[in-house]
Design a protein. Structure first.
Length: 193
């Protein structure tokens, strides 16, 4: 009986420390938009360079006043690089692509936007409104780095995705009524898994 209780105590202690370690590896941010709040859990362990880069922009208030400038229903919403009037913001140097992290572009995940060059992501990101596995890394296809997931506010993502869009100066899928990112804030508490 004593051996059995000792084993249970060891199991509970090891489970508890695992849970604390896992919690510390996920930071939470809240994206405050003109359409509502989206809360995102970031995958620091799986995408360390990408998360560090994103949080630097957050801490610099870079995203304040930017817009979701590209919206494609039943696909994704993209933002973080342009202010109202499609004025592009200056960014830091691009980061390396971490899309081989075995995370998938499923509904509700947040990923880095980039050009055709794999290592060209800087500040822009997109939230997958649906599962888009064709955006994942595979041999011969560099993919798009998933670095977090929506834990609340997916209804806001869905609402934004219904926006009417138009073309502006060579840009397509731009919302007729701007959807602003008012602020992105770090949450003080970590997310309990």
């Amino acid at each position: 009986m004593i051996k059995f209780i000792s084993l249970i105590c060891v199991f509970l202690l090891s489970s508890s420390s695992f849970s604390e370690e896992t919690t510390e590896n996920h930071k939470i941010v809240t994206i405050l938009t003109s359409a509502g709040e989206i809360k995102v859990k970031l995958f620091q362990e799986e995408s360390p360079i990408t998360v560090k880069n994103f949080l630097q922009y957050v801490d610099e208030d870079f995203y304040n006043g930017t817009i979701f400038h590209r919206i494609i229903p039943n696909f994704m919403i993209q933002g973080g690089g342009f202010s109202t009037g499609m004025i592009q913001k200056d960014t830091r140097e691009p980061i390396i692509n971490e899309s081989r992290n075995r995370l998938h572009n499923v509904r509700g995940t947040i990923s880095m936007a980039r050009t055709s060059h794999p290592d060209s992501a800087s500040a822009q990101f997109f939230i997958n409104q649906r599962t888009n596995l064709r955006l994942d890394w595979s041999p011969g296809a560099p993919g798009y780095t998933v670095f977090g997931e929506v834990i609340s506010g997916i209804n806001v993502v869905d609402f934004i995705a219904t926006s009417k869009t138009k073309s502006i100066g060579g840009f397509e899928d731009v919302p007729v009524e701007p959807i602003k990112i008012i602020d992105i804030q770090r949450n003080d508490d970590n997310y309990s898994l």
